[in-house]
Write a protein of this length. Structure first.
Length: 512
């Protein structure tokens, strides 16, 4: 099961079409199928792959990157590093994804099918601050190109795009690169980034946002030659809508010739949600996106064969102890964190850790995206550990976090505990009064309302009871808040037991 899709059932759709943190989306059509990938930063697996037949209803079908490299760099959470702003392309009967790691350089992976097998990451260009790469294979000339942006935090450079000639096999760049757009020379433009490169109507086109993720706009650039000079135009901006930013995304054309543009909107703790905009080419040859350059909230669906309403899965019964594709670890996983078995339910090892007091530092938290609409999250927990200090629970995890769960006491009893920590590096504190849990079992619940305000409750067998005050979820630096399941124990020797999670459910709540 999953939360409701954007499919309205009356020939229209409503934005956002992906109401969760699918950051920096890029989109591709191959035949009658549409594919989307997004930033995954330091979580593993990374490079999510989504599929649709109608651009409105999307399902998560896998990931292209099972582990981040080098492994040693991603053994701990790195929410501001890893996979930034990937580009998804199809060339020479292969799928290609290029992305920038701001601390290492530009990588690519490729595969004969979107479902893999994907190659190991290949470092195309090493360097600090190289981000948001996008390739182009020019069918007219046989040449291949690549454009990328810059992260000032690593390189001291921003607001410009650099272009390269690329070997057609995607393994190397053929020159040192040239600045092809310097937005310092465009009045009013700043923080130009996220370029997507296309060929259309005899022009090279770069669709790229500027002005910052919460306050910016979507720009278009065109030139007769790849290396410029380029002229620019703003093609999508907030105007009088409530869609702030409208930021970086990708253009796709349907078999019948309709044009559409997918982009993100920054929504605080919910992260970067994805909108679908109609697109057409104006009489002056420039793209017109949305309603004459303003984002649409509701619009007629693409003229594509209808498919049943769909959205990325959220619920999980963990058959055989395996977790669904919607889950990611907060760092590269290690053997033994989760145990497969013959029944249903997730069995997480109570991993011994010196950082047991701070979930933000733990790599073994299993997470999924916080839904962007009001919902209730429930899971059943059983603590199968006799280790004093062992604990497990359900968390809403960001720069501040809050969790509710069970903890084994020194006298052998189990208690229901509810804890929180404010912005890092604050330590955990009690958010509610500890309560005896005689059977070391509990049903945990968090209701997430408007503004990502979270109300926690628990059921020890006699009905749900509220716990603590309202907690306002917060994002990380680039990532929306996450829902997390975890099990841990204090540092020490020997096996510390495990925790069992069953029947994870997310249900929609009425919007108020």
């Amino acid at each position: 099961m999953s939360l409701p899709s954007a499919h309205r059932g009356d020939g229209t759709y409503t934005n956002p079409v992906l109401d969760a943190d699918w950051s920096d989306p890029d989109v591709l059509r191959v035949g009658d199928d549409y594919y989307l990938t997004a930033s995954s930063f330091g979580r593993a697996p990374g490079l999510p792959l989504l599929h649709s037949r109608d651009l409105v209803d999307w399902t998560l079908i896998g990931h292209a990157l099972q582990r981040l490299e080098p492994d040693a760099e991603f053994r701990s959470p790195r929410h501001d590093r890893g996979v930034w702003a990937p580009s998804l392309r199809h060339h020479d009967d292969r799928f290609w994804i290029f992305w920038g790691d701001p601390d290492q350089g530009i990588f690519q992976v490729n595969a004969p099918s979107v479902r893999g097998p994907w190659t190991r990451p290949h470092l195309l260009k090493a360097g600090k601050g190289l981000i948001d790469p996008c390739p182009l294979w020019d069918d007219e000339t046989g040449e291949a190109y690549l454009v990328h942006a810059w992260a000032k935090s690593r390189s001291g450079i921003k607001n410009r795009l650099t272009g390269h000639r690329m070997h057609p096999d995607g393994t190397e760049l053929l020159d040192e690169g040239k600045v092809i757009v310097d937005a310092d020379h465009i009045p009013g433009w700043f923080t130009l980034e996220g370029p997507k490169l296309y060929r259309h109507d005899g022009w090279f086109w770069i669709l790229a946002p500027a002005g910052g993720v919460e306050t910016g706009w979507q720009g278009a650039f065109r030139s007769r030659g790849f290396f410029g000079p380029y002229e620019e135009k703003v093609v999508l901006e907030q105007k009088d809508t409530d869609v702030n930013g409208p930021h970086q995304g990708g253009w796709v054309r349907t078999p019948s010739g309709e044009d559409w543009f997918l982009h993100f909107q920054q929504r605080g703790a919910y992260g970067r949600v994805v909108h679908l905009q109609p697109m057409r080419w104006g009489p002056d040859g420039w793209p017109v996106i949305g309603d004459d350059g303003a984002p649409v909230a509701v619009h007629a669906r693409p003229a594509l064969p209808s498919q049943p309403p769909a959205a990325p899965a959220t619920d999980d019964d963990f058959p055989g102890g395996r977790y669904g594709r919607q889950w990611q670890w907060t760092a590269n996983p290690r053997h033994g964190w989760a145990t497969e078995h013959s029944g249903d339910g997730l069995r997480l090892t109570c991993v011994r850790t010196a950082g047991a007091h701070d979930l933000r530092t733990l790599p073994h938290v299993l997470t999924q995206r916080l839904p962007g609409r009001p919902c209730a999250v429930e899971v059943d927990l059983r603590l199968d550990s006799a280790e004093p200090g062992a604990r497990a629970g359900l968390a809403v995890l960001g720069d501040a976090y809050c969790w509710i769960g069970l903890e084994r006491q020194a006298d052998g009893t189990a208690r229901l505990v509810h804890r929180f920590a404010e912005q890092s590096p604050d330590r955990e504190r009690d958010a509610g009064r500890p309560t005896a849990a005689p059977e070391a079992r509990a049903r945990l619940r968090v209701e997430i309302g408007a503004g990502a305000r979270c109300r926690f409750s628990y059921d020890l067998g006699d009905g749900f009871r509220p716990s603590g005050l309202v907690f306002a979820a917060t994002p990380w630096r680039w990532v929306g808040a996450l829902l997390g399941l975890f099990a841990l124990a204090p540092a020490g020797q020997g096996h510390a037991g495990a925790a069992g999670f069953t029947r994870f459910r997310i249900t929609a709540l009425p919007a108020h």
